[in-house]
Design a protein around this ligand. Structure first.
Ligand SMILES: *Cc1c(COP(=O)(O)O)cnc(C)c1O
Length: 381
């Protein structure tokens, strides 16, 4: 099946007891057994729930994987991945990383004796120089947030294979519509389902998709043993969101292209970060591993003044100022004071994350209205 057909049909089938075409919300914690151990495959909802099963199968299909495993948040999913390892083990991670992942790695798992190396991954050779006998996993995020750098998943997977390491890719920014890391050699794909998969800013959830049966059974064990599982109502909402993922993503990409071009030609804007530009440093990798370039865009203002950035964001009406991304509505954010405030200013500025940098999650509204909104806000500075 092609992507749009999978988005609508994979993993779901009409309810056997009623014929309900949509997977019901199985709002139950437990299941009746005829005799001890004689049940229909469901015993307790932390372990299994039919609404969750349908969603997990749908997610696996979208990522061309065998096993989908859902968690109560994206960070819950990452937490399970790191728990595959033991004190003394080492993990090599992208340096330009989602702040919450960085916090989980350094503030939680370093206390348990796991060591992390944060390295730039534009050249895969750099990764190899950090590998030693304790290294167990490479953690990649691409496109990165908010600088929109692209990492070559296939090239990194060759390094991982050569050294016998697990390769995990946080695919949140791309969504399974734009990029399928398992096809490019990754072992684990992670999603903050909260973003494009949910798509409507009404759910917090995470997921992992893998092909390997043994790896899946270890992660399913952790899902049940640690217990960060999503409820059936949230699973239902995501199942509903997924049915329009391909339609939403097409419009996110179209609008992204229109808005990126508009910003690039605007006299008050100094730099626009979007992988669809031919002069983006990783454009050719983006072109080869992604189906399109998405609706996430960052830009900086001429003069680089914090007051100007604030004024633009205060005056945007359709782009709501809020954390998160990937919903149908457009959002704007200020990484230097919001998501990346914990990183020292000098460190931030080294990677281009300056005070006037504004990040947009371009929604699926009419592009003309979004352009007009940006134009009137930029006219205020
Ligand atoms: C939001 C996000 C996460 C964390 O997911 P939650 O669902 O908020 O726990 C991880 N990685 C990326 C790239 C994200 O954008």
């Amino acid at each position: 099946m092609k992507f749009g057909t999978k988005a609508i049909h994979a993993g779901v089938s009409p309810d056997l007891s009623t014929g309900a075409i949509m997977t019901p919300i199985f709002q139950t914690s437990t299941y009746v057994q005829k005799s001890p151990g004689d049940h229909l495959g469901y015993e307790y909802s932390r372990t299994h729930n039919p609404t969750r099963t349908a969603l997990q199968n749908s997610l696996a299909a979208l990522e061309n994987g065998k096993h989908g495993i859902c968690f109560s948040s994206g960070l819950g999913a990452i937490d399970a991945v790191v728990k595959l390892f033991n004190p003394g083990d080492e993990i090599i991670s992208t340096n330009d990383l989602y702040g919450g992942t960085y916090r989980l790695f350094t503030k939680v798992f370093e206390r348990y004796g796991i060591k992390f190396h944060f390295v730039p991954m534009d050249k895969p050779e750099t990764i190899a120089s950090h590998v030693n006998e304790k290294t167990k996993m490479i953690w990649v995020e691409t496109p990165t947030n908010p600088m929109m750098n692209i990492i070559d998943i296939k090239a990194v997977s060759e390094v991982a294979k050569k050294h016998g390491l697990i390769l995990a890719v946080d695919n949140t920014f791309a969504s399974p519509f734009l990029q399928n890391p398992l096809d490019l050699g990754a072992d684990i794909v992670m999603h903050s389902v909260t973003k494009y998969l949910g798509g409507h800013s009404d759910v917090v959830m995470g997921a992992l998709v893998v092909n390997d049966d043994e790896l899946a059974s270890k992660l399913v064990f952790l899902q049940n043993a640690c217990g960060a599982t999503p409820g059936p109502q949230d699973c239902f909402l995501v199942l509903r969101g997924i049915k329009t993922l391909h339609l939403r993503m097409e419009r996110h990409c179209q609008n992204g292209k229109t808005i990126a071009a508009f910003l690039k030609n605007h006299p008050k804007i100094s730099k626009v970060y979007w992988p669809g530009f031919e002069d983006h440093p990783n454009h050719s990798i983006a072109k080869s591993q992604m189906r399109d370039f998405g609706g996430m865009i960052s830009f900086t203002l001429v003069g680089n003044k914090l007051e100007d950035a604030k004024k633009v964001m205060e005056n945007l009406h359709l782009f709501a100022l809020a954390e998160s991304l990937g919903g149908v509505e457009s959002l704007c954010g200020h990484p230097a004071s919001m998501t990346h405030a914990s990183i020292p200013k000098e460190e931030r500025e080294k990677v281009g994350l300056v005070d006037s940098l504004i990040r947009l999650s371009v929604g699926v509204e009419d592009a003309e209205d979004l352009k007009n909104d940006l134009a009137q806000a930029l006219a205020k500075i």
